[in-house]
Design a protein around this ligand. Structure first.
Ligand code: SAM
Length: 218
């Protein structure tokens, strides 16, 4: 219910310089490839710099996916839980999980599903907000990256309303500090190798993990 309501406001808040910067970094981490799965893809902003024909979006919200498809940011949409996408094992060269792990009740289960979807040597590109990414800091960053005053103010207002709605719907958001430990332990248990980690515009952690190549495939 919350995600369906949020889908109506999502691009008004997030079709922005911050999302463009994140999408650009994700595209650099994914590289040129023929098959990407974006888990919890929302309206597709996080994969907007990829070739949409190569991207399958998975989301629990049909309404989010409808927007991702109609904006032409993804080629196909699948309504499913992040932990159980129903897609074929090994179907993806890259799996993007942007801004989802901190919201999901079982982040390590989502990592395991991402790993299941990857072909050997494939990349899992994760991002999640820093603990300092509150509405005011996000607004200040959008402004610094080029948004005008009124655009920033309208996004801030809508974002605040959505935040209140989220509280009412009891949407819980895990702190980055806690999530990082869970991801590290999960990656170790799943034998995923870290390729790269960093920050995007000071608001988003980004972590790229790689599935080991099977011995037979070198
Ligand atoms: C904060 S948005 C991020 C959207 C997009 N990845 C981005 O970065 O712009 C979180 C997305 O995760 C989806 N979502 C929430 N819980 C989910 C779940 N259990 N399984 C799949 N998708 C989920 C929501 O519908 C929403 O589209």
């Amino acid at each position: 219910m919350f995600w369906t309501l949020y889908s109506y406001a999502y691009d008004a808040i997030w079709d922005s310089p911050v999302s463009t910067a994140l999408a650009q970094r994700i595209a650099e981490m994914v590289g040129a490839t023929s098959s990407v799965v974006s888990i919890g893809c929302g309206t597709g902003l996080c994969v907007q710099r990829l070739d949409p024909n190569t991207v399958v979006g998975v989301d629990i919200s049909r309404s989010m996916l409808r927007r991702a498809l109609s904006s032409g940011r993804i080629g196909r949409g699948v309504v499913a839980d992040a932990k159980e996408t129903t897609l074929t094992a090994g179907c993806a060269v890259a799996v993007v999980v942007a801004n989802v792990l901190h919201l999901h009740p079982d982040p390590v289960g989502v990592l395991a599903e991402g790993l299941r979807l990857l072909c050997p040597g494939g990349r899992l590109v994760l991002s999640w907000p820093t603990d300092t990414a509150d509405v005011n800091t996000v607004a200040a960053t959008q402004r610094a990256l080029g948004w005008g005053r009124s655009r920033t103010l309208s996004a801030l207002t809508v974002s605040t309303v959505v935040g209140v709605l989220g509280l009412g719907c009891r949407v819980t958001r895990r702190r980055s500090e806690d999530l990082e430990g869970m991801i590290q332990r999960g990656a170790q248990a799943l034998s995923l190798e870290t390729v790269e980690e960093g920050l995007v515009v000071g608001l988003q952690h980004i972590l790229v993990l790689q599935r080991k190549c099977d011995r037979a495939e070198g």
